[in-house]
Ligand binder design. Structure first.
Ligand SMILES: *Cc1c(COP(=O)(O)O)cnc(C)c1O
Length: 711
């Protein structure tokens, strides 16, 4: 006979095992109830580890975990979450079951140099990584068999600290994969699986770590092995670190190493997706396999072409990876032999003009030549890319260059805070996420009887307060660190009632973080109107070697100390996924003013609509397609002058005009209840029109139907 006490014990044991399992699958990173569960188990471990569920599990002994789960409340919570997790993993009724059945035994292999999955896993630098992380999460949600391949950067990108002079300084964290949500890939002998590849005459060994992302898996290659010399251990140390030879080494590891790992695991992908050119060496490895099997190179190229698709994000020629003959002759000395061709012919694989000895080897050219389809990431970016690569297709007019586009999206759930999640669950019912891509489902939001202005306004205030409180805490630490004693009334900085503008993204110069300061008098007048106060929050990292980007940060820091802007302008250091989540939910307006057409798509603005924040943006990238005049604000027209000086001048003028005549007046136009009705109508329009289109479920479904499925 089982006593009730035994039953309780057995249930607690079952839940404890379930939680262990759950911690190792970052599905929890987009499930708010799972996050609450881990936080409830240890607030300290959760906060200190950057919300890493594995760290929480490690903080508790098995005895403590089991005993804690005797608690009715936590036991019920764990029960609910584990049930949901198992239902998710075992759901046979997915979009992919219908639309991606042919990939069941031959998954999509998705290669990217960076993945932005969660704040506890700093293996990304910016938008490209965020996009690839969101791609995999949506592939999992849709039930598409997909394997991601990247590198495990043990020192991440970097932690950003701003010194007393306002200059960015970098420190490098040391990630120990044993304490992160990943597991070593083991061979048949139960030991870590070791693969090898030759780089610059040296056999370099690597292992891999498996990150479970819902139903999908990402493998991260790692050269931190005792058998490698220090030099080779360093190649997987930092995201885009080192010099050109590090870059080639990283890209060989990613492309060639990635294919070798898949082979060692017995995976035969149905399609290879190169997300940006960094992984294009994988095409050489596929060709090498064919050549080794006795095929002539031309045939090997054709087989490879039929297996691969390529996405390019970079709208400037200089942004594409190019390597000199000398460098490749040294780093890749075996490769002409592997393909049974002389070095010059090898170089030609990556040249626009084969035979031109002065032309370096370009990864994008290699990719465009050896993939069956290619795409850019927004409509305008497609047009720019076709013009940029037209010389590769001399027989075609520019509009027939075979580069299409799929506009980027974001994984909505991963960017949502708890308040917003409850808001939508309450408004649309528990199954709302199943309808993310359905425009007609979102039409409901138009009806104020269904969703009131007051409810939206309440959501706005809740998100804003959460953000402001989190940012005050960060700013306080930031000031103390550099020896400025924080404002005595830290809790009074940043007013929830003031119109709050957010600008956060990589501090690349083309993004023009300082555009709003082009005319200081005008900027000061905008921010300091006592009836209509405005405050601006900035965040973003500059690449360690980008002094132009660092100078931008310094300029903004200086403005934040300038008496004309003090208390109105803040730069928050350490931009990462968590800070992004606060900013895109808490700000009223998301500002984006790149030098058009350099923002290939941009995604940060897509994270905002679900929270009721609205976009104010140049007509570039995704916003050109998303903006319909009622669902946010455009800066300027759907065009740009060729002259950069003139462009900066016009864009600043248009930015001021938009703020002075449209954004600020509408936000402060209140009725007797102090509610900005027109503003809320704009939020409603943003929710209805943008959420169903600019999400990665729609994007990944597009990739599946238009690119992954062979004709
Ligand atoms: C969304 C996001 C980005 C990309 O922002 P863009 O505005 O598209 O450049 C970069 N970094 C982080 C941390 C993000 O969350």
């Amino acid at each position: 006979m089982i006593t009730s006490s035994q039953a309780t014990h057995e249930e607690a044991l079952r839940l404890a095992s379930g939680i262990q399992r759950l911690a190792r699958n970052i599905w929890w990173s987009w499930n708010p109830r799972a996050q609450e569960l881990f936080k409830a188990l240890s607030v300290e471990a959760w906060e200190k580890s950057n919300h890493n569920a594995v760290a929480v599990i490690e903080a508790l002994s098995r005895e403590e975990l089991v005993a804690t789960l005797y608690s009715k409340r936590l036991g019920a919570m764990a029960h609910e979450v584990i049930d949901e997790f198992d239902r998710y993993l075992n759901d046979a009724n997915t979009w992919g079951a219908v639309h991606a059945a042919r990939f069941k035994d031959h998954p999509v292999a998705y290669f990217c140099a960076e993945f932005g999955l969660h704040e506890c896993l700093p293996i990304y630098s910016g938008g490209l990584g965020i996009l690839s992380g969101d791609h995999v999460k949506s592939a999992s949600d849709l039930g598409i068999p997909l394997i991601g391949i990247s590198l495990l950067y043990r020192n991440g990108y970097f932690n950003q600290q701003i010194n007393p002079q306002g200059w960015q300084e970098e420190t490098y964290p040391i990630a120990d994969p044993a304490h992160l949500p990943m597991e070593p890939v083991l061979g048949k002998d139960g030991k870590p699986l070791v693969c090898r590849l030759t780089i610059a005459h040296t056999r370099v060994a690597f292992t891999a770590w498996r990150v479970a992302v819902g139903r999908c898996t990402i493998y991260l290659l790692d050269t931190q092995l005792p058998e490698n010399d220090m030099h080779w251990r360093e190649i997987t140390a930092r995201v885009y670190g080192g010099d050109q030879s590090t870059r080639v080494s990283q890209e060989m590891m990613l492309g060639v190493g990635g294919v070798r790992l898949l082979r060692a695991l017995g995976v035969d992908p149905g399609v290879y997706h190169l997300n940006e050119g960094h992984s294009a060496f994988l095409l050489l490895e596929l060709m090498r396999e064919q050549v080794a099997a006795g095929k002539p190179l031309a045939e090997a190229q054709e087989v490879t072409r039929r297996l691969a698709v390529f996405t390019s994000h970079t709208p400037v020629a200089a942004g594409h990876d190019r390597f000199s003959r000398d460098l490749l002759d040294y780093m890749m000395n075996q490769w002409p032999g592997n393909l049974k061709i002389p070095m010059d012919q090898f170089m030609d694989l990556g040249r626009v003009r084969p035979g031109d000895g002065s032309e370096p080897f370009c990864m994008t050219v290699l990719a465009l030549r050896h993939t069956r389809q290619a795409n850019a990431v927004s409509e305008l970016n497609g047009r720019i890319s076709r013009a940029m690569w037209k010389d590769l297709y001399p027989a075609r007019p520019v509009d027939q260059v075979p580069i299409g586009h799929i506009t980027n999206g974001v994984h909505i759930l991963g960017w949502m805070n708890r308040v917003t999640y409850s808001f939508w669950e309450h408004t649309l019912g528990v199954a709302w996420l199943k309808h993310l891509m359905q425009r007609d489902f979102w039409e409901k939001v138009a009806d104020p009887r269904f969703l009131s202005d007051e409810a939206i306004w309440a959501l706005r205030y809740q998100c804003k307060r959460q953000m402001i409180e989190a940012i005050r805490a960060r700013l306080e630490k930031q000031m103390m660190r550099i020896g400025i004693s924080p404002a005595t009334h830290m809790q009074q900085i940043l007013r929830p009632d003031a119109l709050t503008i957010g600008f956060a993204r990589r501090m690349a110069t083309y993004k023009r973080a300082d555009l709003i300061f082009r005319n200081l008098d005008r900027a000061a007048a905008l921010l300091n109107n006592p009836e209509r106060p405005v405050q601006i929050l900035f965040a973003g990292k500059a690449h360690p070697r980008d002094d132009g980007g660092k100078a931008l940060i310094q300029r903004i820091i200086n403005f934040s100390h300038d008496p004309r802007f003090m208390g109105k302008v803040y730069f928050v250091e350490g931009y990462d996924i968590q800070l992004a989540r606060y900013l895109v939910s808490g700000c009223d307006v998301w500002l984006n003013n790149p030098r058009r057409p350099l923002e290939a798509s941009g995604t940060s603005g897509q994270k905002t609509s679900v929270h009721g924040c609205v976009n104010l943006s140049i007509m570039d990238g995704w916003w050109r397609e998303g903006c319909d005049g009622t669902n946010g604000f455009a800066i300027g027209e759907d065009s740009n002058p060729d002259n950069v000086e003139e462009q900066d001048r016009q864009d600043a003028e248009n930015l001021y005009k938009a703020l002075e005549t449209r954004v600020i007046p509408e936000f402060y136009d209140r009725d007797a209840m102090n509610i900005p009705r027109a503003w809320i109508q704009r939020i409603r329009r943003a929710m209805m029109t943008l959420i169903p289109d600019y999400n990665t479920d729609r994007m990944v479904a597009d990739y599946m139907t238009k690119y992954y499925q062979p004709d």
